[in-house]
Design a protein around this ligand. Structure first.
Ligand code: GTP
Ligand code: MG
Length: 239
């Protein structure tokens, strides 16, 4: 775990849970039910990666692969403005790519190798969500084997980019909630579809009252156990 760098999430509590923030050379999964804050975190980290190191960033650029069409430039604008950053600069430093199906999503990641080796200032790759096209195209038990095989290959490719190019990779995965999900084994959640045997850090997100959200790190031996609360505000992710 040498030379790992961190990107602040915007919440001190969440950064504390992650021992400083989202790591480079690692793939981090945000999983949780709809509205739990996965996409907002992806937006915030695409802005925060651009901050200088003393403000929690890496003075870097982001690649944002959007599979669900939920990326909003206005959100980036608001978050950049709230941090006092130049809005045009911030938008220019995000490579936005809309992935229309699994083959396209896989091809985009295949091609990223070239982009990130040419542009070493890319320090973050987001795939929001990594699973939605796979679920739509390979539904049900009968397609499970081929879906899992394709998805695993895709995820290992992303992990390799993180490790070789010192990049933070963030993937999201919608997982249906159930009442005891936070206390039971999240890999057997009803509605399932969690990602098995994927290397990296897994962060479970849950709705709380109003704009509050709860985050928990799942089986990361080097991070402390426990949950933290953060907020989804107009300015972005905060305490
Ligand atoms: P799915 O993609 O449906 O699985 O959900 P998600 O986990 O990606 O949820 P997302 O990050 O989109 O969170 C949605 C929540 O963020 C909303 O319920 C709002 O509370 C908040 N949110 C989204 N957009 C804005 C915004 O422009 N301003 C503010 N203040 N909050 C927002
Ligand atoms: Mg989302």
């Amino acid at each position: 775990r040498m030379n790992v760098k961190k990107i602040s999430t915007g919440s001190q509590a969440l950064d504390g849970l992650l021992a400083g923030g989202i790591e480079t050379r690692t793939m981090t999964e945000f999983f949780g039910e709809f509205g739990s804050g996965k996409t907002q975190l992806c937006h915030q980290l695409s802005v925060n990666v651009q901050l200088p190191p003393e403000k929690g960033g890496l003075s870097g650029k982001a690649v944002y692969i959007d599979t669900e069409g939920t990326f909003r430039w206005e959100r980036i604008e608001n978050m950049a403005k709230a941090l006092g950053l130049d809005i045009d600069n911030v938008m220019n430093n995000i490579y936005y790519i809309r992935a229309i199906n699994t083959d396209h999503q896989i091809a985009i990641v295949d091609d990223l190798q070239e982009l990130v080796s040419k542009d070493p200032s890319i320090k973050l790759i987001v795939v929001d969500s990594v699973t939605s096209h796979f679920r739509a195209e390979y539904p049900g038990r009968e397609n499970l084997a081929v879906r899992q095989q394709k998805l695993n290959k895709h995820l290992h490719q992303l992990t390799r980019l993180a490790e070789v190019y010192d990049i933070a990779v963030i993937i999201t995965n919608q997982v249906m909630a159930r009442p005891d999900m936070f206390y039971g084994d999240p890999t057997v959640a009803v509605g399932g579809h969690t990602l098995y045997h994927v290397p990296g850090i897994r962060i479970q997100l849950k709705k709380s009252r109003g704009n509050r959200r709860i985050a928990r790190v799942v089986d990361a031996p080097h991070l402390p156990e426990g949950e933290v609360v953060f907020a989804l505000t107009e300015e972005g992710i905060r305490d």
